[in-house]
Write a protein that binds this ligand. Structure first.
Ligand code: PRP
Ligand code: MN
Ligand code: MG
Length: 179
């Protein structure tokens, strides 16, 4: 990890208070319901870990791992399931937890897939939202920060699988990927 490759956008304290705010809202909205958090690997794992510890109502969690098909510069909109959920979501109140919504293709695919399984409800919680990049009409129900169109890394988010371990949410300097 090279600290010189990044600039901090949100520091630890800013992230902590935003995660707490989201968790409080979720705890209020899902009081008395059957809340199941579904984290989308790998990017959401750090956010998920922090979020769940700030939620103070009964909650269960599961994970799904998906990958945009093709992975190169052009996103086809096709998404592959690498790991499906462990349990049925029928009649459950599902909250999908994502680190970032960019083109929206991943979240749209996941939401449509889960809706076919007859849950009681499906909502989405994204820590970061990059609306300028949207290609499909989808918005998260809970959003942490609306961000500009910069390359983001840290707090679970990668560039070529690196930088996920940086505790802050950072902007990757263009010099790193413009080589
Ligand atoms: C990233 C990110 C979101 C998705 C957002 O995941 O974590 O899941 O892309 O992009 P979109 O709105 O354009 O679909 P990625 O596919 O890189 O996998 P990762 O979480 O394992 O890094
Ligand atoms: Mn992801
Ligand atoms: Mg990624």
């Amino acid at each position: 990890m090279n600290r010189n490759d990044v600039e901090i956008l949100y520091d630890k304290e800013t992230i902590r208070s935003k995660v707490k705010e989201l968790a409080e809202q979720i705890s209020r909205d899902y009081e008395g319901k059957d809340l199941l958090l579904v984290g989308i690997l790998k990017g959401a794992f750090v956010f998920m870990a922090d979020l769940i510890r700030e939620i103070d109502i009964p909650v269960e969690l599961d994970f799904m791992d998906v990958s945009s098909y093709g992975m190169s510069t052009v996103s086809s909109g096709e998404v592959r399931i690498l790991k499906d959920l462990d349990y049925s979501i029928k009649d459950r109140d599902v909250l999908v937890v994502e680190d970032i919504i960019d083109t929206g293709l991943t979240l749209k695919y996941i939401k449509e897939l889960l809706l076919k399984r007859e849950p009681r409800s499906v909502k989405t919680c994204c820590l970061l939202d990059k609306p300028e990049r949207r290609k499909v009409d989808i918005n998260a129900d809970y959003v942490g920060f609306v961000i500009p169109d910069e390359f983001i890394v840290g707090y679970g988010i990668d560039y070529a699988e690196k930088y996920r371990n940086i505790p802050e949410i950072c902007i990757l300097k263009p010099s790193v990927y413009q080589k």
